[in-house]
Ligand binder design. Structure first.
Ligand code: UTP
Length: 298
């Protein structure tokens, strides 16, 4: 249980990106609705928030992506069919998403960047600190990453990030943090933030993963942040501005599993990893084990 009353903390899920890494699949279908076995990626993200007792979520949608909202709505016609057939397991499965949290939506008019998408949350969060969860990645709620981040933000009053160690040659795809150790082994003080640095210029191999706890002063910082890498208004640049102005920025170095479904390789790994944990998919596990063994022989 978190030391902070997390039920008061709101989350923002920016999901208005154009998902170029997954084209052409994402031409008409949002990557956030791609199934991870039998539930969409976005449901895993909302479950992670609900696992940290967050009950109020603002989903930032964009052109062609409003079908995401339907997944969190009730479907009385389908519910009645399943009731008539006595299929209680599927009935509770289709009702579950609507019970996880209150989902509010707004629409980013143009995908001008993550910072720009987050700026839409200003009136919704009403001056309070809030969580941002990127819509194409998730962690296991049992790892309690979000709850720990929320507690840390309540102590520091600043920005709290989730950091992950990656091989050096991958850092140019992410926001990267320079850090100093603190007395707590997995909590670090962030001293510099840079978005998608050149590999030989990166200040570390600790990347920002898609979980942030932000004070509401971020909105002023975003307002004065111009386009950065890729011509987009970058959240990292707005946070770097606050850091330079004296806002404390801390990171929790995450050692659990992060499922990144934003590109085909990570998406496939996620499906296999979660399938291996499912008791109802033992025949798949057997098939996969045999398949891999055969490939090894060939
Ligand atoms: P990404 O950097 O993964 O961008 O955005 P993307 O458009 O989803 O995918 P690629 O890189 O083109 O393949 C990280 C998160 O920020 C959201 C995305 O929906 C994703 O959840 N985002 C990004 C927005 O909501 N609006 C934007 O303008 C950009």
């Amino acid at each position: 249980m978190s030391a902070v009353d997390t039920t008061r903390i709101k989350a923002v899920i920016p999901a208005a990106g154009i998902a170029t890494r997954f084209l052409p699949a994402t031409k008409a279908v949002p990557k956030e609705l791609f199934p991870v076995i039998d539930r969409p990626v976005l449901q895993h993200v909302v479950e992670e928030a609900a696992g940290a007792d967050i009950r109020d979520i603002l989903l930032v949608t964009g052109r062609g992506k409003t079908s995401m909202v339907d997944h969190f709505d009730r479907r009385p016609d389908l519910e009645q069919r399943l009731i008539d057939r006595g299929n209680t397991a599927r009935l509770s499965a289709i009702m579950e998403p609507a019970d996880l949290a209150e989902i509010y939506t707004c629409r980013q008019a143009e995908p001008l960047g993550l910072g720009h998408a987050v700026s839409y949350a200003e009136s919704h969060v009403q001056g309070e600190p809030f969580a941002v969860l990127l819509a194409d990645e998730f962690t296991d709620p049992n790892d309690k990453l979000l709850s720990r981040m929320i507690d840390l933000q309540a102590q520091t009053g600043g920005i709290v990030l989730a950091l992950l160690e990656v091989p050096r040659d991958e850092v140019n795809r992410y926001g990267v943090a320079a850090i100093e150790q603190t007395d707590e082994t997995d909590v670090v003080r962030v001293t510099e933030l840079v978005e998608k640095p050149e590999i030989d210029e990166a200040p570390s191999n600790l990347i920002l993963i898609g979980r942030y706890i932000l004070p509401s002063a971020i909105f002023d910082a975003i307002r004065v942040t111009g386009p950065g890498k890729g011509g987009e208004i970058q959240l990292t640049d707005a946070m770097a501005r606050m850091l330079a102005d004296g806002t404390p920025v801390h990171g929790i170095v995450f050692r659990g599993t992060r499922h990144d479904t934003g590109e085909p390789g990570g998406y496939l790994r996620t499906i296999v990893e979660l399938a291996m944990q499912r008791d109802d998919l033992t025949s798949f596990k057997e098939w996969l084990t045999n398949f891999v063994a055969q490939q090894g022989e060939g």
